[in-house]
Design a protein around this ligand. Sequence first.
Ligand SMILES: [Zn+2]
Length: 525
Amino acid sequence: MTVICMSSGHGKYIRGASGYLDEGNCARAVVEETARLLRKAGVETKTYHDDSSHSQDENLNRIVNWHNGQTRTLDVSVHFNAYQTTTAAMGTECLYLTQKDLAKKVADGIARVTMLPNRGPKYRDNLFFLKSTAMPSVLVEVVFVDSLTDADVYTEEFPSVCAALASALSGKKIQADDEPTPEPLPVEPPPVVEIPEEEPGRQTIGMGDSGEDVVYVQTLLGVFPADGEFGTITDAAVRGYQAAYGEGVACDGIIGPKTWAALDYLEHAKASGNDRLPADQARRIAELAGKSKIASYAWKDRGVLPKGYTSGIAQCFGLAATRLMQGHAIATTAAQADRNAPDTDALSWYREKFLAEDMDNTQDGIDTLRHLFVLLLGLGARESSGRYCEGRDMSASNVTADTAEASMYQTSWNIRSCSSSIPPLLNEYWANPNGFLPTFQNGVKLKGDELANYGSGDGAKFQFLSKYSPSFHCFVTGVGLRYLRQHWGPINRKEVEIKREADEMLLDVQHLLSEDAAENPNAMA
Ligand SMILES: [Zn+2]
């Protein structure tokens, strides 16, 4: 027997889009009127509106938890779309993960009565509602709140829109009736918040929004593809940055004036610096690494890693080697000879394995540094399959700023106390967060809420930079391996593969650097 559960998108305090229509109020009205028509036609229907959540997360979870707590056969979420203020007709679409046919019926049905554009069924694999509700589900975007035509037609045709939705959901022919349209549920206006004057074009945006502002935020935060749709991944990236930025910015995934200002900081920080290697040199290193044998090696239990991983680590090594020549503390610390301390130094712990591949670490300097990067290449394969964007280990319960793991090595900020060369890196990279991100993105697909960060303060900054500036994460881990090797399970269990082909590739990087230096001895600034 069909039992339909319907909820309105957003909530009393977590407001949806607004324009000529208010999304939250309209969604409530559509849910209640559609449910009334369904019940009248003998279809059991339950409805829900969130009147209590104060954060985006809480709101999404509360709605999904309500659905999953019901006995039902179908979950429906009612939203209204928004893009940009226009008089043009925009129309209806229906989002789905598995229910393409039903989504098509819903969009067709509503578009038939409104005569507005039928945007059809749209596959979306990143919407929390569609992913988290346990029964078949659809999310309907009735019309656009910021289209004058849509708003007029919707207001005029409200009874038939609801009848069309009821028909599509139930498979029965349901007509609008003469009952007076129910008064929309009393929705108290959200508490009045003093919003400082916004620059034009910088509207408050959040989950479910779309358009050029979203593309800008996605591009800045490293969310790709930057498709202009504010979904789960973008929401996590925004919250992750809000946590890292701190300064009283709420970690709610909503981009209002304070978060816009925080994003300005990131944009300026990025523009103020570069990846710390000449761009052309970094490009040649990535190319060389991409063609190497190790780039196509199938790692044990992990297979071939994303293209950008090998190239990115090669660039990190290029930067580390450059810093070694410059006498930078992070590089000289990492490049020390085997410390004869198997309990703390991974190079001592792995001595036999290195020697089996003819890698000798008895001298301070570039050879030892290179062999450390051989270990780093193998460690990233074990810890994350070479994914720079990996969030904390969900099988563990490390949710504090200090203990939450991040990025390709799953290192956490409590590593910092092992060497005085680590803490200064945090400030350096916060001021200039360029760290070969575009290289590491190559071949990787973002998923879920992995860009979210945990806790606040420096630990949250550490998690953010680990995923946003992979070379930062690589350097912290490189030094960490020399003083606190027990931080990483795969190191302790000696699961990391030491590959001669990795050493050969890194040696080629080293040669490229010395040729560049010979050609242009003053370039090492
Ligand atoms: Zn919405």
